[in-house]
Structures are given as structure tokens and as C-alpha cells.
Design a protein around this ligand. Structure first.
Ligand code: NAI
Length: 265
């Protein structure tokens, strides 16, 4: 069973949800390894947390890079108890307009990165440990102009279930969280489109967007003994937004362009 204090790897841990998760895990006594594409930020975050926290550069889409970083972390800290994959990108665009390169980049980081995270976990997580994959509300609720992201996150949900089956004999639990809109650097662009965040909030029964800490709390639960009977599950975490509908990004951008055109005229 996963016990705290433990050795935890937070991929994508230098920013947003990953950083909040790293802080929460360190605060409860875990030794945290922060791995991120932005290696300097990962190192700076580790220094901020102090103690035995370490920072590493990793490219989640690259098997060699993932293997090397997990080996380094194991050598430095010992057997890993929990892996949390928070790395993600979003490249919006309608299917007609989305480039194949943007489709592939999104699938690569969001889905292949999750696959390699689980794959490395099979090698380096001790029996009884756990894995948490950050999927999304968009893994189950479609959004116009979000085909790549929605498809990747839906894939993460099925990956979670398959991984849970395969790792259960070693009592390694694999779960996912499905956050709705959370204010982080990833979503800062949405704030520039008038009405977009407001439309999300209007379609959220609890009437607010999320914070990175909202998500970190649930990841903390899933990696703790309190969740010892949970595997292959996904927790919706979105103020109830899954009961309603996702904002139409393209309509909002069109409204913004029309408004700008009217101002320019
Ligand atoms: P963020 O942009 O603040 O943090 C993502 C981190 O992942 C960054 O530190 C970035 O450097 C790292 N990263 C990106 N590509 C990488 C790669 N190829 N290899 C290694 N690291 C990489 O974003 P945020 O919002 O904290 O997102 C975390 C996760 O939560 C992502 O999987 C995202 O899709 C998911 N999510 C976010 C939501 C939101 O509203 N912010 C909603 C639902 C899911």
C-alpha cells in the first residue's frame, strides 16, 4: 500500500496543477522529484521546496528521456511510490483548420506522454504504489475546436482503465482526474477571449473555475491510503460542468473579431 511519506514523481511539475501537486505532496512529507520539459523551472521549483526535492528536465514524448529521468530519480531517492503525470498542451482549431503537426503534437504530449509515464511506472514504482494521470473534462465532454485535446484526453481515460487491470496484480493503482477549467498558464490564452471563461462559469453549477489546489487535493487523495480501494477510476472535478455544455471557442473568437472589426471601422 502507498504510504506517506513516500517518493513521488510529478511530471509537468514546474507549473500549474503539477506545481500545486508537488507542493502538496512535499508538505505532507513526501520526497518529490519534479520533472518538466522546462528543466530550469523544475530545478528552481525544487530549490523553492528545499529538503530532498529534486528537479529534472524531461521530454514526455521521448522514451529515452523518460527512461533516463526515471532511472536518475530511482538512483537518487530509491523506489518510487507515486507517479503523477501533469504534462499537457492544448492546440485549438477546428478539424478543417487544425494542422496535422498540431494534432500530432497534442496527441504526443497528452496521450503518448501518459503512456510512457505508465510504462516507466511499471519499471520503477514499487508494488503497492500508485499512478495518477491528469485527463480532463474534455475527455468526456466535447468542445468545438478541441478535437486533438478531447481525443487525447479520452484516450487517457481508457489508458487508465487498461493500466489499472495490468498493474493490479502488483497492487499498483492507476487513476485519473478530470479537471474542468482551471486558471493556469495553459489556459491564460482563454482569458484573452472575451466571454469565454464567463461562458464556462455560466455552465458550471458551482459557478466558478477551478484552482490548481482544487486538483492537487484530489491527486493527493488518490495517491494516499484513503484511496486504497480505488483503481481504474476517473474523478470529475469541475464544479459540476460535466452536467452542462462546454463553451464554443470558435463562436467566442468570431464575436471578438467582429467586435474588433467594428472598433477598427
Ligand atoms: P501548465 O501549462 O501550467 O503546466 C503544464 C506543465 O507541463 C508545464 O510545466 C510544461 O512545461 C509541462 N510540459 C508541457 N509539455 C511537456 C513535455 N513535452 N514534456 C514534459 N513536460 C511538459 O498546465 P496545467 O493547466 O497545469 O495542466 C496540467 C495538466 O492538466 C495537463 O495535462 C492539462 O491538459 C490538464 N488539464 C488542465 C486544465 C486546465 O484548465 N488548466 C483542465 C483539464 C486538464
Amino acid at each position: 500500500m502507498s504510504t506517506s511519506p513516500d517518493i513521488a514523481v510529478v511530471i509537468g511539475g514546474a507549473s500549474g496543477i503539477g506545481w500545486a501537486t508537488a507542493q502538496l505532496m512535499a508538505a505532507r512529507g513526501d520526497t518529490v522529484a519534479i520533472a518538466d520539459l522546462d528543466g530550469d523551472a523544475a530545478t528552481a521549483r525544487a530549490a523553492e521546496l528545499g529538503g530532498r526535492t529534486s528537479g529534472h528536465r524531461v521530454q514526455v514524448t521521448d522514451e529515452h528521456s523518460m527512461r533516463t529521468v526515471f532511472d536518475t530519480i530511482t538512483e537518487r531517492h530509491g523506489a518510487i511510490g507515486a507517479v503523477v503525470d501533469c504534462a499537457g498542451i492544448s492546440r485549438p482549431g477546428t478539424i478543417a483548420d487544425l494542422s496535422l503537426a498540431d494534432w500530432k503534437a497534442t496527441i504526443d504530449v497528452c496521450l503518448t506522454g501518459a503512456f510512457l509515464s505508465v510504462k516507466e511506472a511499471t519499471r520503477t514504482v514499487r508494488d503497492g504504489g500508485s499512478v495518477v494521470l491528469v485527463a480532463s473534462l474534455n475527455g468526456r465532454q466535447p468542445g468545438v475546436a478541441m478535437s486533438a485535446y478531447c481525443s487525447a484526453k479520452a484516450g487517457v481515460l481508457m489508458l487508465t482503465e487498461v493500466a489499472a487491470m495490468e498493474l493490479a496484480p502488483r497492487r499498483i493503482r492507476v487513476n485519473a482526474v478530470n479537471p474542468g477549467f482551471v486558471h493556469t498558464p495553459l489556459t491564460s490564452g482563454a482569458g484573452l477571449v472575451p466571454g469565454l471563461v464567463e461562458e464556462y462559469v455560466e455552465n458550471t453549477p458551482l459557478g466558478r473555475a477551478g484552482t490548481p489546489e482544487d486538483v492537487a487535493q484530489t491527486i493527493g487523495f488518490l495517491t494516499s491510503d484513503a484511496a486504497s480501494w480505488m483503481t481504474g477510476s476517473a474523478i470529475d472535478l469541475n464544479g459540476g460542468a460535466h452536467t452542462m455544455r462546454y463553451p464554443n471557442i470558435i463562436e467566442r473568437i468570431a464575436d471578438m473579431s467582429a467586435a474588433n472589426g467594428a472598433t477598427d471601422a
